[in-house]
Design a protein around this ligand. Sequence first.
Ligand SMILES: [Zn+2]
Length: 303
Amino acid sequence: MKKTILIIAITLAFFNCKNNKQENGKPNIVTTTTMITDLVKNIGGDLVNVQGLMGSGVDPHLYKASEGDVSKLVNADIIFYNGLHLEGKLVEVFEKMESQTKTPIALAEDIDKSTLIGSDYFASNYDPHVWFNIAYFKQFASKVAAVLSAKDPKNSVYYSENKKQYLAKLDTLQSTIKSIIETLPKEKRILVTAHDAFNYFGKSYGFEVVGLQGLSTATEAGVQDVQKLAAFIINKNVKAIFVESSVPKRTIEALQAAVNSKGHNVEIGGTLYSDALGNAGTVEGTYIGMFEYNVNTIVNALK
Ligand SMILES: [Zn+2]
């Protein structure tokens, strides 16, 4: 959306704002990625209305706000997004919101920056794929509960209880994942995917992680990158590489073809959920289900 159109859309949406707020007395919450939508539903439960802008399979790096999105944002009581420039094309919209007395909350901005993985690809200078560190996602959960309690203090006990239960589930997830990964020998822990979404995952569980595209899908991989990575796969004897649900398959297929053309074989080990969850209503449509599914897919293919 062009800048002037965007400003007009935001202004019009403000004028058209017909008390949509607090429909049924519940706070209206707008979220960006499916991971954050799932989290807010877990903490807010039945006491909030949650509208996620991005669906399953949607790439947040490339996502642009539609006019419908802008009016959802304008009518929201609370806006949660990832931040660190993950939602690269929405930054301008959020900045405009701020100037209109609405403060969108970037959950990743609260994380201690000295613990983040640096990156030259993003204007934030940090890798924004922080949800692949469960400890960071626990921080997201605590922040969401605190913001909901401040907005809707009469239900703060409910939000706090939901947070407690969700944090316990994340702890269980952490130990389940660790025990699955322990079955994969250390020298086989090499994860090759379409783009660099898994650096925090790699750091947490001892994987060497290589993405064919850079951290953002906004830049295409070149022929040289494909050849270099093909040589790496052959040299390290990597058994499988992975496609991602929110990135076109062709880049990984080109990589597989490059390895095969040198007389070696590498399998496509499955589809990982990186920047978006699976379909709503399925196990992979939740953060917890997605994480376990990814780990099982990776470990089974690389064993
Ligand atoms: Zn990404």
